[in-house]
Design a protein around this ligand. Structure first.
Ligand code: IP8
Length: 248
């Protein structure tokens, strides 16, 4: 059965301007989409931090680069993400989806060079048993740094390559990867297709954002679709909203 990995950006399911506030409308639309996907295949959901994780991460000085050994601070970030994860699980349960949490803090770690190690036994067995695993951006133990942030996008890459996903969807508030004129680039098959708009190759990993995302998605063995909330139903229908990133 086909496997879809779908990332719901934090800005889609939360109100980014209000601390710890779910965007009920955004979450409902996203949960409807997951319910439809789950009817016809296997789905792994990943959600971002939005106004839950990022606010606490900033308060405790933790980022994907800067770590912390303060367990209280690490727990504050993780607990906020668990509250958002509960809201996502509840919305899915309300639609009859057998969704279960997988918390990256308890499942994986980063090596000293920042690379993510995410054992997949829990996620894989859940899928085999008909569940929909729901992971989230989190704080995670990082060799030599205490704990740092792992973004939902990093999790998507590990999950999609480790589980052999057939399709990947990244739903955020941008309608796709934009060119220098602000228009959506329909297809990217090599970094050069988007390099001008993304600021070339040197600055990419420092600035992170879309350039780093495109690089990682090009390395996947599956097409990755980057789209906004208005593209969700098209993605669910097997269409290609926004930008498709297809490494060769
Ligand atoms: O929103 C970050 O996940 P993202 C999660 O996918 C935290 O970057 C804990 C800030």
């Amino acid at each position: 059965m086909s496997l879809v990995v779908l990332k719901l950006g934090g800005s889609v399911v939360t109100d980014k301007d209000e601390p710890e506030t779910v965007d009920e409308e955004g979450l409902a639309a996203a949960a409807d989409a997951v319910a439809t996907l789950a009817e016809s295949g296997r789905v792994v959901v990943v959600h971002g931090g939005g106004s839950f994780g990022h606010h606490h991460a900033a308060e405790h000085g933790v980022s994907s680069e800067s770590g912390s050994h303060d367990a209280r601070g690490v727990r504050a970030i993780h607990d906020a993400m668990k509250r958002l994860n509960d809201a996502v699980l509840d919305a899915l349960a309300d639609r009859g989806v057998s969704a279960l949490p997988v918390h990256p803090l308890s499942a994986g770690a980063r090596e000293a060079d920042g690379s993510l190690s995410l054992p997949l036994a829990a996620t894989e067995t859940m899928l085999d048993e008909g569940f929909v695993p729901v992971l989230h951006g989190d704080v995670i133990a990082h060799a030599g740094k205490g704990a740092t942030i792992v973004s939902g996008d990093d999790l998507v890459v590990s999950l999609a390559s480790g589980l052999g996903a057939d399709r990947v969807g990244l739903c955020s508030t941008v309608p796709g990867v934009l060119d220098a004129g602000g228009d959506v680039i329909p297809e990217i098959t090599a970094f050069a297709d988007a390099a001008d708009a993304l600021g070339g190759s040197e600055s990419t990993d420092v600035t992170g954002g879309m350039a780093a995302k495109v690089r990682k998605l090009l390395a996947l063995g599956a097409p990755a679709h980057v789209f906004g909330p208005e593209g969700l139903s098209a993605f669910v229908a097997g269409e290609s909203p926004g930008t498709v990133i297809r490494g060769e």
